[in-house]
Design a protein around this ligand. Structure first.
Ligand code: NAP
Length: 302
């Protein structure tokens, strides 16, 4: 495993962490995969209140030391009191004394960011969270969020980044390097699309993988974490996949390999929400409404 500094905290973070989106809270397979990942050195796990599986992560880390736990507060909880309540509920579900990295899941322009960041600073002051991060923030949004904090620095931005989704290369990645924020690459395997044999990208990556006697997943993850300040959080639901992913950092891609993957052009799949739709959702706070409906649905289904 290789390590990267988290922001400029002096703390070392494994370059491969474990994503958990869509892991069912009661899945034994997911529990075993997470435990295996920790054992092999990926001692960094990412969840969110929205994923409804913080209890699963709590069970996976129970009795283990030095696991770095990251979770997220949903944008419908960005008012001051809601942030505090959401954090306390996450701490309880995770069964931890404090959260290592607490992240704002998506921007919500309908609530002043200064109010949200004040709550985050209060949580850090009181020791309930150790570090403050954001997710899906643009450069302007990162600047505004940092500008409204007095005592702490934002240490990371969690954004989508894979050979098939490279919009962070339009400014976010450069900003993170310059300002010493760790870029946490989510969906680094493009939610499985890098394995699609019909795509040109898969052909390029498969050739490189064959030359290194590695798998496609290993080449893709190695490529992402070869970028300055980048760590990746692939989600693997089986021990086989987790072993493969955690073993992705002990070889070196050549400059030419990296350039070939860099030059995979175009987006071979549509992003979840296009740029215009994303801007609309953020500015109207519509994400918050959507998330509230998901949460209500989940509660009524329980
Ligand atoms: N902040 C945000 O807004 C946000 C959004 C999306 C995701 N995330 C985070 O990022 C994490 C990862 O992203 P993701 O779950 O969207 O997608 P991903 O990690 O890019 O891809 C996951 C898919 O790849 C498969 N896979 C994993 N390892 C493999 C391997 N070695 N060989 C073949 N297939 C493999 C998985 O299958 P199996 O399950 O069968 O192993 C799953 O279908 C999430 O779990 C979540 O923690 C954050």
């Amino acid at each position: 495993m290789i390590y990267k500094e988290l922001g400029r905290t002096g703390e070392r973070l494994p370059a491969i962490g474990l994503g958990t989106w869509k892991m069912p809270v009661d899945s034994r397979g997911a529990l075993a995969a997470l435990r295996e990942g920790f054992k092999l050195g990926a001692r960094f796990v990412d969840t969110a209140e929205l994923y409804a599986n913080e209890e699963l992560v709590g069970r996976a880390i129970a009795g283990m030391e030095d696991i770095f736990v990251a979770t997220k507060v949903s944008p419908n909880h960005f008012h001051y009191d809601d942030v505090i309540r959401a954090c306390e509920a996450s701490i309880k579900r995770l069964g931890v004394k404090s959260i290592d990295l607490y992240q704002l899941h998506w921007p919500n322009h309908s609530i002043p960011i200064s109010e949200t960041m004040r709550a985050m600073e209060h949580l850090a002051d009181s020791g309930r969270i150790r570090h403050i991060g954001v997710s899906n923030f643009s450069v302007d949004e990162m600047v505004e969020a940092q500008g409204s904090m007095r005592r702490y620095e934002i240490v990371s931005n969690q954004v989508e980044y894979s050979p098939l989704a490279r919009s962070v290369e339009d400014g976010i990645a450069e900003f993170c390097v310059r300002e010493h924020l760790t870029l946490i690459a989510y969906s680094p395997l493009a939610r499985g699309h890098v394995f699609d044999e019909r795509s040109k990208a898969n052909g390029v990556i498969k050739d490189i993988a064959a030359r290194h006697n590695r798998s496609v997943a290993q080449v893709v993850l190695n490529y992402i974490v070869s970028k300055e300040g980048c760590v990746a959080i692939p989600k693997a639901g089986s021990i086989r996949h987790v072993e493969e992913n955690v073993g992705s950092t002990d070889f070196k891609l050549s400059k030419m390999d990296i350039e070939s993957i860099d030059s995979i052009s175009g987006y071979t799949r549509r992003p979840l929400a296009g740029k215009t739709l994303q801007a609309f959702l953020k500015s109207t706070g519509a994400w918050a409404g959507i998330l509230e409906r998901i949460e209500r649905g989940r509660r009524s289904g329980q």
